[in-house]
Design a protein around this ligand. Structure first.
Ligand SMILES: [Zn+2]
Length: 304
């Protein structure tokens, strides 16, 4: 697929509060990242929407991380034809995303929208794992609501984190990604009924997030969507689609297959090529390199 000619706004996220902290808001524009993911994964329109929505959801979760080594991994496993969708976000705004079968395409739904729920399936779970560079990771799981991603994340926040949340994720996809972004509003303890009902009234407007992002910048949305609710931008976080794989991480994956399997590949196939699921970068290993890898691993475990 040719690289896009369109110029995109740099992907960004705004962290905000409403009414002096009664609710917190995350608002992001991720069209440029979604287009990049479409190109990397040769994704269909429906799968591009799935990737784009997941990028936004992951970026919002990543914005809550603090440490350099912290990361959040979100996985949707719904049993649909597109397979498993997974994204990893870090505190620095880097997000990577992958989907098992990104070329799967489905007919539009009767309402004219891309059938993301049909592609991902609804019979499974959303799993969120937060790891902090030390200690055991924190894992939360909820049954999927619709496989449309936004509803599934709203359920996750409610069930797993006991935080009532309004989540909107959207991507408009044509020949290229036209717009993509997300919005998460969370009521804080002590949030007033007035604010809750004001947000409820605007829920339908928020649902049109991809349309809104076509016509407005994040700052215009921050002011326009929350007019009268004392919106205050606390922080702006630049976002980017970036993978942190390396030859070392791929060597680790190879070693996890076991010595016998690696020896077999070295002997019968004369080496192998492994591609990273997230960025599709290819790493080639000759038979000799595989044998050296096995030797090194043996020395490593012997010396430990
Ligand atoms: Zn990679």
């Amino acid at each position: 697929m040719a690289q896009t000619e369109r110029t995109y706004r740099p992907s960004r996220l705004l962290r905000m509060t409403l009414m002096g902290g009664q609710a917190r808001v995350f608002l992001c524009d991720t069209a440029q990242m979604a287009q990049r993911a479409r190109e990397i994964h040769h994704a269909s329109d429906t799968c591009t929407a799935a990737l784009g929505r997941m990028i936004s959801a992951a970026a919002i979760m990543g914005a809550n991380l603090k440490g350099e080594d912290d990361r959040v991994t979100a996985t949707i496993n719904g049993g649909g034809p597109a397979g498993t969708l997974c994204a990893v976000a870090r505190a620095n705004g880097a997000v990577k995303v992958t989907l098992d079968e990104p070329e799967v395409e489905l007919p539009l739904k009767p309402n004219g929208k891309l059938d993301v729920g049909g592609a991902l399936g609804r019979d499974g779970q959303l799993t969120v794992m937060r790891s902090y560079g030390f200690g055991e990771p924190y894992v939360g799981r909820v049954a999927l609501v619709s496989g449309e991603i936004a509803e599934d994340f709203a359920m996750y926040y409610l069930e797993s984190e006991q935080t009532p949340s309004l989540c909107a994720l959207g991507a408009l996809v044509g020949e290229e990604v036209i717009s993509c972004g997300g919005l998460l509003i969370q009521a804080m303890p002590g949030c007033s009924e007035e604010l809750l009902s004001a947000l409820e009234v605007r829920a339908e407007l928020f649902g049109a997030i991809s349309q809104l992002l076509c016509e407005n910048t994040l700052e215009e949305l921050a002011r326009g969507c929350f007019d009268g609710l004392q919106p205050e931008v606390l922080e702006e976080l630049p976002l980017r689609l970036a993978c942190d794989c390396s030859r070392e991480t791929i060597e680790g994956v190879l070693l996890s297959m076991g010595e016998k399997e690696l020896l077999d590949i070295a002997k019968t196939q004369g080496g192998c090529e492994v591609s990273c699921h997230f960025c599709r970068e290819r790493y080639a290993f000759s038979a000799e390199e595989l044998l050296r890898l096995i030797e090194r691993a043996k020395e490593g475990t012997g010396g430990a």
